[in-house]
Design a protein around this ligand. Structure first.
Ligand code: PHE
Length: 355
């Protein structure tokens, strides 16, 4: 009897069979060639080598090799399928078309910026240029040159945010403060060169107020100033009526109520017909049918004279409005603080498209 076939000699091949499920794609293809390749594959060589063996051995070893060959082929196929599936699962994970897209918010202009830009644009159409001035101002420009008497309550610490409180010892007029309105820029424009002037002055102003539904310690204003020969109250009314109708609608009604500002005479406040109730009276207009949108008047002769202009030759009008208030009316906001919090619900509803 011949020896039983040496099955142990298959052990290294069996070990490689066992390792197939762990191979990556590249190693798997290399191993498939190394084992099963038609010319040099180890299993192929072993099968070819059978021819030299005695018949008994040939039969036993041939059977075992064929079983192993089938197992190797099956293992390579199974591993190939597994890797292919993993690859397509990966591809699907990178681009999952069923996922909602990532929202990109490009940003918008703040509703107050939208209002300021629109207002400035309307006045530019009337020949007004834009002028700017400092937010840190001196008392001279903020109050005194604007004909405020030295004991005016607006100059109180209680109302105005003074810079450098130690500077309180400085002479009145030189103390520095955060401007309480944009009107001091009127003075800067007039001192800067001779009339005629037609300017609008957007900017931030500061008052010693706590945040509440209708007040903020820092807010915007847009000032206007027109000085020329022969300017009258008719020009004031016509200009501001035109503005209101451009900004709020051609059918907007306006009225001028007498008022007081130290730097204009006569002075007025301009109201527009309430847009929410169409003049019938509602909560927004406190039942009056009118909403105040700006203060205005003819430039006081003391102001002109103080700025070096002859009031017999030059006359003019000035106005000032609060874009936050106007934005609140336009967008129906009941609390000014909504315009300060960076609340995305407010900004995305009323903000302009970003530039
Ligand atoms: N400066 C005034 C205010 O802040 C508004 C105003 C400006 C009034 C110009 C008349 C003329 O209330």
């Amino acid at each position: 009897m011949s020896e039983s076939p040496d099955h142990s000699s298959l052990a290294p091949l069996r070990a490689r069979l066992a390792a197939i499920p762990t191979l990556d794609a590249e190693a798997l293809e290399a191993e498939a060639v190394a084992l099963l390749g038609r010319k040099q594959g180890e299993l192929t060589m072993r099968l070819k080598g059978l021819a030299a063996l005695p018949i008994e051995e040939k039969r036993a070893m041939g059977g075992a090799l064929n079983v192993l060959k089938n197992e190797l082929e099956a293992a390579v196929e199974a591993r190939r399928a597994e890797l292919a599936q993993a690859t397509s699962a990966n591809a699907n994970r990178d681009v999952d078309f069923s996922m909602p897209g990532r929202a990109q918010w490009p940003g918008t202009l703040h509703p107050v910026t939208v209002v300021v830009d629109e207002i400035v644009e309307i006045f530019r159409g009337l020949g007004f240029a834009v002028a700017l001035g400092p937010e840190a101002e001196d008392e001279q420009h903020n109050f005194i040159a604007l004909n405020f008497p030295p004991d005016h309550p607006a100059m109180d610490m209680h109302d105005t945010l003074y810079l450098d409180p130690e500077g309180a010892s400085r002479p009145v007029g030189e103390r520095m403060l955060l401007r309480t309105h944009t009107s001091p820029v009127q003075i800067r424009v007039m001192r800067d060169g001779p009339p005629p002037y037609r300017v609008v002055i957007p900017g931030t102003v500061y008052r010693n107020d706590a945040f509440d539904p209708s007040h903020a310690p820092a807010f915007s204003q847009i000032e206007g100033l027109a000085v020329d020969e022969g300017i009258t109250f008719v020009d004031l009314k016509a200009t501001l009526t035109h503005f209101a109708q451009r900004f709020l609608g051609a059918d907007t009604r306006v009225r001028f109520r007498p008022s007081f500002f130290p730097f204009t005479e006569p002075s007025a406040e301009m109201d527009v017909g309430c847009r929410l109730c169409d003049g019938a009276g509602c909560a927004a207009c406190k039942g009056t049918g009118w909403m105040e949108i700006l203060g205005c008047g003819m430039v006081h002769e003391n102001v002109l004279r103080d700025a070096g202009l002859d009031p017999e030759r030059w006359t003019g009008f000035a106005f000032g409005m609060g874009p936050q208030r106007i934005a609140m009316q336009r967008y129906g906001l009941h609390d000014i603080r909504l315009l300060y919090g960076g609340d995305m619900r407010v900004l995305t509803q009323f903000g302009g498209v970003g530039r």
